[in-house]
Design a protein around this ligand. Sequence first.
Ligand code: NAD
Length: 268
Amino acid sequence: MSRLEGRVAIVTGAAQGIGAGISRVLAGQGAKVMLTDISEKVEATAEEIRREGFHAEYFLMDVTNAEQVESVVKGVIEGHGRVDVLVNNAGIYPRKRLVEMPEEFLMRMFDVNVFGMFRCARAVLPSMRERRYGKIVNISSVTGPMVGSPAGGQTAYASTKSAVQGFTVGLALEVAQYGINVNSVMPGYIYSPSAFGTRGSGDAEDADEAMREFGLRIPMCRQGTPEDVGNVVLFLASDESSYITGTYIVVDGGNILQEEFLGPYEPK
Ligand SMILES: NC(=O)c1ccc[n+]([C@@H]2O[C@H](COP(=O)([O-])OP(=O)(O)OC[C@H]3O[C@@H](n4cnc5c(N)ncnc54)[C@H](O)[C@@H]3O)[C@@H](O)[C@H]2O)c1
């Protein structure tokens, strides 16, 4: 029996990277997954999942556009009768030092990474409350709530991800009595085209090599995959986590545990 048989899940930022991985894992466990993104690539990602024999639909949806969010959620509820799972994954992480940071940069980071989650949750909550069932999973990061990059340029990003933790706790308390769970996942270094991509050559082998090399800095000797995050989201979206709310799970191969770096690490 698939763990999410027949459940309806909306994933934001699902065209590529972690959002695409989450969508694949949820669909593979029987969920009807609604992939949403601002990028048109989301159509091809949904098509790939369908080719594997699972249920995937796509919607162009910008999480900074409240009307669009409301209208997509309304369409999903009309089409499928409900939304069981919302995965707030869409996020951006350009780096900029505070002294060089234009106001628009700061506002955009919060608009996508934080307020986007508010808009999506607000849109799905009335129907979840009515059905007394719902799972909201917010993709945060270890960056901000737990660690920072010595290279700098992450004050805005780190602040948005810390805000996601506050949002998770505050909302979890607001909706617990309606049978709705709200949790977050804090990924460490996960392979995605934006985070690592290729070295500019567009060559997939280069990307694999960059990922392998980077993995040697992580105690578990490898970089994370979008599916590593997807498997944790699966748990938080399933009934196996029904008594867990307002908390977080770190998915980072042990990376933030290090007080000092003794790598490079090789499998033993
Ligand atoms: N990759 C990592 O190492 C890592 C680590 C920790 C946390 N995260 C978080 O995971 C999430 C996904 O990251 P990723 O690495 O897969 O990034 P990515 O850039 O590969 O994918 C993000 C997706 O979000 C979409 N998106 C951007 N702005 C949007 C908007 N306004 N509305 C809707 N969609 C939008 C993009 O088009 C893209 O498809 C982000 O929230 C990120 O902060 C990533």
